[in-house]
Design a protein around this ligand. Structure first.
Ligand code: FAD
Length: 460
């Protein structure tokens, strides 16, 4: 057998263009000989001596190419003529877990974990593909298969970090039974490709709960935040991205029982999310067009709906988009058995879209792809392009965001900006932002009330 060279075109894209790798772990999980492993930077490594050139890693790779029409046909049996950010949706709900621990521990209403636990306890699945912080190195997130309530509790909450979930497929090969997963859009893309090329292995995963995703973050965010706050990483027992009171704050827990320490002053929503995504979003996430996990069975997002006073209307709730029959069955079964409480908002237009994300994923990202393509930078191949009604504002804003992200690759710049934005000197800025947001919503909602009764607004 000829030795395989790492730039062979049938291998996953990471080996030719690292920038296009999503670090989903799909190539690692599908490799039948274990020739692909994961490095500390979470990019795959190839042992050419073990590679049999089967090409499976290239076929399931979600990094280099996504054909939305083909995946729509595969999952829904139809291709919509128009495209919305939310994708194909049968029903929309907002809801929360009835189990207090699951609701309290969740990033939103604990819905993702409540659905997984419902599937587990009713014997519909034997395990769940989820995430947790590593026990020895609690600043690192990792995927694992949970089989008990306690393990699911460990997995709760969003970890805004790149996690190679699909490497767990290699464990599924050797395990009997059915499984469910809570995963990001890039993981779902890899899974849908797995269904095309390794249907027997893919059939073990019977339900995909897809998280919305505005972009994951580089894993070094956690260690840099600890350095900025002068915390020795060996002293911490856990790192929470959204710990404490909803909507949560990045914070650490200590081995010696000291009270939890927040790492910034704003909460997750009023500032922090913007700082982090503007400085730590990986290059491949900047070119992703799928923010609503369009090919999952059920998509789950935050429910950032504000009422007429500018307050959040659904505190500690999640929003659910039911996409497939399998998804509808799971939610119905969880609601019927009392594990989930939901409110049907299917016909309420205010819940149909995340306005900021729609603009980012639907307009600015295609503009970025066009710009990078013209500049000769590697970009993924898509069958979606810049919409005809893109405006100059989208182009200018995209350019500014891209420039900030590029500057963020310089560690000194990143640390200086983050150091300031997460320090107490930034508190006036946070207050100003909260004041401005409330004013904006109050004005918008009082104006809207005169037109439509019970008007509310959903934002991403
Ligand atoms: C990187 C990232 C970006 C997101 N961006 C948005 C957004 O822009 N808008 C929005 O509305 N919502 C976004 N979400 C989803 C949101 O943060 C909540 O996860 C979602 O609302 C579910 O909340 P819950 O309380 O129902 O879930 P929980 O019950 O708290 O369960 C969360 C589940 O997510 C899994 N999980 C956590 N982190 C990851 C990860 N990095 N990769 C794979 N699985 C993970 C956990 O293992 C757990 O199973 C994002 C989530 C992530 C991880």
């Amino acid at each position: 057998m000829q030795p395989v060279t790492p730039d062979a075109p049938f291998l996953s894209v990471a080996f030719r263009n690292k920038e296009l790798c999503t670090r989903s772990g799909s190539c690692v999980g599908v490799c039948p000989t274990g020739a692909i492993t994961i490095g500390e930077d979470l990019y795959p490594r190839l042992n050419t001596d073990q590679c049999t050139a089967c090409g499976l890693c290239g076929k399931v790779c979600p990094g280099g190419e996504i054909q939305f029409a083909e995946l729509s046909q595969q999952v829904f049996g139809k291709v919509p003529t128009d495209h919305s950010f939310d994708g194909q949706v049968a029903e929309t709900f907002v809801g929360y877990a009835t189990d207090t621990r699951l609701r309290e521990g969740g990033s939103g209403g604990g819905v993702a974990t409540a659905l997984l636990y419902h599937l587990l306890k009713t014997g519909q699945v034997d395990g769940c593909l989820v995430t947790r912080m590593n026990r020895e190195k609690p600043w690192l997130a990792e995927p694992f298969i949970a089989t008990t309530y306690e393990e699911l509790c460990l997995s709760q909450g969003s970890r805004y970090s790149v996690i190679p979930m699909n490497r767990l497929w290699s464990e599924l090969r050797s395990r009997e039974g059915k499984f469910a997963a809570a995963i990001l859009p890039c993981h779902t893309h890899g899974f849908r490709k797995l269904q095309q090329h390794e249907p027997e292995l893919a059939a073990k995963l019977s339900v995909v709960i897809g998280l919305f995703c505005g972009g994951a973050l580089e894993p070094n965010l956690t260690t840099e935040m600890l350095t900025m706050r002068g915390i020795n990483k060996d002293e911490i027992s856990d790192f929470q991205f959204r710990g404490g009171e909803w909507p949560g704050q990045m914070r650490v827990l200590f081995k010696d029982g000291r009270p939890p320490r927040p790492l910034h002053y704003s909460n997750y929503k009023e500032g922090a999310y913007i700082y982090f995504t503007s400085l730590y979003m990986p290059e491949r996430c900047q070119t992703c067009l799928d923010g609503s996990n369009e090919f999952s069975d059920i998509s789950v997002s935050d429910a950032w709906t504000r009422n007429e006073t500018g307050d959040y209307q659904f505190r500690k709730h999640s929003r659910l988009l039911i996409r497939t029959e399998a998804g509808a069955r799971v939610v119905k079964s969880a609601v019927d058995s009392g594990d989930l409480i939901v409110k049907d908002v299917t016909n309420n237009p205010n819940y149909m879209t995340h306005k900021i994300q729609t603009r980012r994923k639907g307009y600015m990202t295609p503009v970025r792809l066009e710009r990078w393509g013209k500049a000769g930078r590697p970009i993924p191949v898509y069958d979606r392009h810049v919409p005809a009604d893109v405006c100059r504002y989208d182009r200018v804003k995209e350019f500014m965001i891209s420039s900030l992200l590029r500057a963020g690759r310089n560690k000194l710049f990143r640390m200086a900006v983050m150091g300031f934005l997460t320090s107490r000197f930034a508190i006036p800025l946070i207050r100003l932002r909260i004041y401005w947001k409330r004013r904006k919503y109050r004005g918008r909602n009082s104006h809207a009330r005169s037109r439509v009764a019970d008007r509310t607004t959903t934002k991403g």
